[in-house]
Design a binder for this molecule. Structure first.
Ligand SMILES: [Ca+2]
Ligand SMILES: [Ca+2]
Ligand SMILES: [Ca+2]
Length: 234
C-alpha cells in the first residue's frame, strides 16, 4: 500500500515536473520566436531606412554633415562643404552664404585682363555664372581668386561668395572661359550655389564681381540676370 502511494506520488510528481518543463520549453520557444520576429521586424525597418537613405534623404555628397536635401532647404551648396568660401564649413557657419572679401592684395597695378563676355543666363547649358576673358598683357597670369555679391532685385536679399580659382593660368594673349556650375572635374569649372539666389530667385539678380590675379589690383564688373529666368536648382 505504501509502495502504491509512493508510486502514485512519484507519478504525480513526475507528471507535474514534465508539465512544468513542457510549459517552460513552450514559453521559451514562444519567447524565442517572438524575439526573432521582433528582430526581423526591426531589421526590416532598418533595411527600409537604409534604402530610403541611399535613395535620397540622407545622402551627403560633400560630407559636411548636412544631407543634400537639407542643404536645399538651408540654401547651401550640396557639392561643397564651405559654400561661401570663408573657411568655415556649412554646418558650423552661422552665415553660410555670406562672406567678407578675402582677397589679399596691396598692388595697385591694373590687371591686364579684358572681359570679353560675362553672363548668368543664356548659357549653352543651365543658367550659371560664366566669364570669358583674355590676357592682354605680356606675361602669364596666375593665382586667381574671385569675390562676388549677388543682390536680388526684388527684395534686396544679398549673398556673397569667395573662391580661389585653383588651376587657372592665363598665358599672354590667351583667352579662356570659366564656369561656376559645380562641374569641378573639368578644367575651368568651379562651384556655384544653385540652392541660393543664383538658382532659386526669379526676381532678377545683380552680380557685383571682383576678379583678381596675384600682383594686380582686383578688377570690378557687374553682370545682371533678367527677371523670371531662374533655373530650378538640381
Ligand atoms: Ca552636405
Ligand atoms: Ca555643403
Ligand atoms: Ca562657410
Amino acid at each position: 500500500m505504501n509502495k502504491k502511494i509512493n508510486l502514485s506520488k512519484i507519478c504525480k510528481t513526475t507528471l507535474a515536473v514534465a508539465l512544468v518543463l513542457s510549459l517552460s520549453i513552450f514559453a521559451l520557444a514562444g519567447c524565442s520566436s517572438g524575439g526573432k520576429s521582433n528582430q526581423a521586424a526591426n531589421s526590416g525597418t532598418n533595411a527600409n531606412s537604409s534604402q530610403a537613405a541611399v535613395g535620397n534623404s540622407s545622402t551627403d555628397t560633400d560630407a559636411d554633415g548636412i544631407p543634400d536635401s537639407v542643404e536645399k532647404t538651408y540654401g547651401t551648396n550640396p557639392y561643397v562643404a564651405d559654400t561661401d568660401g570663408d573657411g568655415v564649413n556649412d554646418k558650423e557657419d552661422k552665415s553660410p552664404i555670406t562672406t567678407e572679401n578675402l582677397m589679399k592684395e596691396t598692388s595697385t597695378a591694373q590687371l591686364p585682363i579684358k572681359i570679353k563676355d560675362a553672363r548668368v543666363e543664356d548659357n549653352a547649358t543651365a543658367d550659371h555664372l560664366e566669364i570669358t576673358m583674355s590676357n592682354t598683357g605680356k606675361t602669364a597670369l596666375s593665382e586667381f581668386d574671385i569675390f562676388y555679391t549677388i543682390t536680388d532685385k526684388g527684395n534686396n536679399t544679398q549673398e556673397s561668395y569667395y573662391q580661389v580659382l585653383s588651376g587657372l593660368l592665363l598665358n599672354a594673349g590667351e583667352a579662356k572661359t570659366i564656369h561656376f556650375d559645380n562641374q569641378v572635374k573639368e578644367a575651368g569649372h568651379y562651384y556655384g550655389n544653385m540652392n541660393g539666389l543664383y538658382g532659386t530667385s526669379a526676381n532678377g539678380l545683380i552680380f557685383d564681381i571682383q576678379f583678381h590675379a596675384k600682383g594686380y589690383q582686383p578688377m570690378k564688373f557687374q553682370v545682371e540676370k533678367a527677371k523670371g529666368t531662374a533655373e530650378v536648382a538640381d
